[in-house]
Write a protein that binds this ligand. Sequence first.
Ligand code: INI
Length: 176
Amino acid sequence: MWIEEDAQSKAFQLYSRPMDNIKVIEGDLQVRDLHFAIVAARFNEFIVEQLIRGAVDQLKRHGASDKQIELIRVPGAFDMPVAARRLALSKRYHAIVALGAVIKGATPHFDYVSGECAGGLARVAADTGVPVSFGVLTTDTIEQAIERAGTKAGNKGADAALVALELANLLRRLDY
Ligand code: INI
């Protein structure tokens, strides 16, 4: 038994040693003076409302006031990238949270809508340097979307808000 423990501690030392002295840079979850835009689709509104609720709740729990959050409505997920780009270029926000729901069962053109939305938002972030977190549900069924909008699989809007917050703080640190 003691041999096994000894081997384990040696393995731990071996694996942890390379990390010991390196500088680690990551974003924390303090809102401070950061400003956020939430771009949310009206399509599948009853689900997206729960994502918005989750995102706003997380930002507020981490210190945001009402004035530090703006909600921008677009018709659907496909329409998000153009609005997100304009918001990013305005330089008024440190991060953007994109919230929507594309449901395959009800959407013959699911792949186009979800693909253009995801690709377009990724390009906005890469092109402008303003982080855009992806809180757009892409599911096979309405039930799966409900599960991810504040029921048994958590709230992906809340998750996306935390990612936006972490990335905004990370990018700020990378500037110094
Ligand atoms: N938009 C969504 O956000 N979710 C959907 O499930 C959806 N469906 O089913 O078509 C959807 N379509 C609208 C699309 O995003 C645009 O608003 C529309 O094509 C106009 O540009």
